[in-house]
Design a protein around this ligand. Sequence first.
Ligand code: NCD
Ligand code: ZN
Ligand code: ZN
Ligand code: ZN
Length: 357
Amino acid sequence: MITLPGLIDPHVHLREPGGTHKEDFDTGTAAALAGGFTAVLAMPNTRPPLTDGGTLSAAKFAAGQKARCDYGIYLGAGNENITIAPGLAGRVCGMKMYLDQTYGPLRLDGLYDLMRHFQTWPKASPIAVHAEGRSLAAALLLAALHDRALHVCHVSRKEEILLIRAAKERGFKVTCEVAPHHLFLTDEDLPHLGLGRAEVRPRLATVADRQALWENLAVIDCFATDHAPHTSAEKDSADPPPGFPGLETALGLWMVAVSEGRLTMDDIVERMHTNPKRIFRSPEQPETEIEIDEQATWVVRAADFHTRCDWTPFEGMLLRGRLRRVRLRGETAFDDGHVLARPGTGRDMYANYPTQT
Ligand code: NCD
Ligand code: ZN
Ligand code: ZN
Ligand code: ZN
């Protein structure tokens, strides 16, 4: 049995409000605990998106009633909220910008609006971006011009990790995350997954892209899940939404890589606890730890999971490392397959956060 600090996932979609048939703060945080996460940062591409005080308060109220683990919520960058956004920075874990087409209507298209958000968002609060290809180059330039931190979500391609590596070498304040599916799956998995099921943004990339990510682990700060639940009926429909669930398979997948000698347990702790904690300034969680049976293996069955999402792209895979217990702020939150933490016991880690530098 090994003991690790509580894992922190800086990228989850909990779908509340507006998509609670896919997930809500209750089921999503139960899935988080069952995956070894004691804190999650929730994305603002809900319906409606979280872009102002009213929508943010409503989401925070729901989370306060239902969350079973600790959480933060991102504010979405829109074209209409540039002047009001900075006033909300003390209530969120950061600002999230969508620079490319992905799930939901939240998007920042114009360069001018992008520039203005970079100008006005407090430097002490992170900006996280969905930015693929040339959008990534634009976001990096603006971060450099404003000498501010930028966190790049779900890096998937060779040219992107090489660009981030070059930016880091030049001293840019850039950090990045990868999601397990981009390190374990490629476009060669499309036929067996099925085209609708395989839809995800960024798309599953080539074997060469995946190889470049593994070769540049030193450039990768965080392992995020990008837990993006959609029902199997939606994934099998004529207009399949992009996204995979990930909270309950991430640790087991990374531990497969440990057993194959491609990662160490220290690599995991650094990328799933230490670095996300530092980048998103998340508060200390006292008396918090997870216990894992390192050698145990298990077969992925979506039916066994706590998420409301009823399928996984990793169905049938043999994963490693069985989570036995989660302790969260002194309480046993998960024990031998059972989530014990009650809805409403999770804390908002950014209820009133200082954003002055
Ligand atoms: C995410 C979702 O479903 O909200 N989908 C995805 O494919 N990753 C949106 C996102 O993270 O870009
Ligand atoms: Zn994204
Ligand atoms: Zn996402
Ligand atoms: Zn039970």
